[in-house]
Design a protein around this ligand. Structure first.
Ligand SMILES: Nc1ncnc2c1ncn2[C@@H]1O[C@H](COP(=O)(O)OP(=O)(O)OP(=O)(O)O)[C@@H](O)[C@H]1O
Ligand SMILES: [Mg+2]
Length: 260
């Protein structure tokens, strides 16, 4: 009865024309853990996460959320199931303030004299609460996003994606454009959200980030999983080797099993 996983992806395959982007991939995520997702360019990382977010439909495979089999036809379906995604390119409105960005597309309104009016004070108050809860380094929900640094914009994008009820957060290369100090802050936020019980999948080419904040790490190579490894039992060198050459110990185990 007690399923320890918040996300299970089973036997996921996806082809784009002749390109086999993913082949029979399995992934499990627990609540309150950070799962690193690493691999070379074109390994299939973004595709796997777009499938979990309903943005790409797999050819084959199952997605199980909290023990329930799901069929995501769009990101809206995935959001409904508590999944948030922060992409490489942040889709923010620079000329609007933080609260307007957090609530874009889902504004609070009041009906008055036959018309609908934005309930701005409620959105500012709630955004300030969200900033507080996420321990984000932004002084006010009234700041214009165009006056913010890349790191602060990243935080706004995360606040927008998570809102008040996401339980699963996917981050695709969140620190790609950030400086040292800002990536440090981002990793602090990841740890903080993990401690609040979110399950987080972190795609990154910065292996040191995965070793710093990850609990487990999954390696993809040429669309195939090389297994999920406990971060405590691995090193930077091991990970680099698996990314480049694949996980031979895992392949051998597979062959042994097949012979039995
Ligand atoms: N919409 C698409 N149409 C056609 N091919 C695609 C599409 N999306 C991904 N691919 C192909 O699928 C493979 C996996 O791509 P994916 O973006 O998942 O890799 P990735 O691991 O995220 O790489 P990177 O680290 O460079 O972001 C690549 O060969 C890519 O060209
Ligand atoms: Mg990618």
């Amino acid at each position: 009865m007690n399923n320890p996983y918040i996300v299970e992806m089973r036997n996921i395959s996806k082809k784009f024309g002749n390109i086999q982007a993913l082949k029979n991939v399995n992934l499990e995520l627990k609540p309150g853990e950070v799962l690193g997702l690493v691999g070379d360019n074109a390994a299939g990382k973004s595709t796997l996460m777009k499938i979990l977010y309903g943005a790409v439909i797999p050819d084959q495979g199952d997605i199980v959320i909290n023990g329930n089999q799901m069929l995501f036809r769009s990101p809206a379906d995935a959001q409904q199931a508590g999944i948030a995604m922060v992409y490489q390119d942040l889709a923010l409105f620079p000329n609007l303030d933080v609260a307007a960005n957090v609530y874009a597309g889902r504004e609070h309104t009041n009906a008055f004299l036959g018309g609908l009016f934005l309930n701005k004070s409620r959105m500012y108050n709630e955004t300030d609460e969200l900033i507080e809860r996420l321990k984000i380094n932004i002084v006010s929900s009234r700041l214009l996003v165009e006056r913010m640094s890349g790191g602060q914009r990243q935080m706004v994008a995360i606040a927008r994606a998570i809102g008040f009820d996401a339980k699963i957060m996917i981050m695709d290369e969140p620190s790609a454009a950030l400086g040292v100090q800002e990536s440090g802050r981002l990793l602090e936020l990841v740890t903080h959200l993990r401690d609040q019980g979110l399950g987080i999948i972190l795609i990154t080419h910065r292996l040191t980030d995965v070793l710093a904040v990850g609990d487990r790490v999954m390696v993809l190579k040429g669309g195939e999983s090389q297994g999920i490894i406990d971060v405590k039992t691995t090193t930077l060198e091991d990970l680099e080797n698996i990314i480049i050459k694949g996980n031979h110990s895992k392949k051998e185990t597979k062959t042994v099993k097949a012979l039995m």
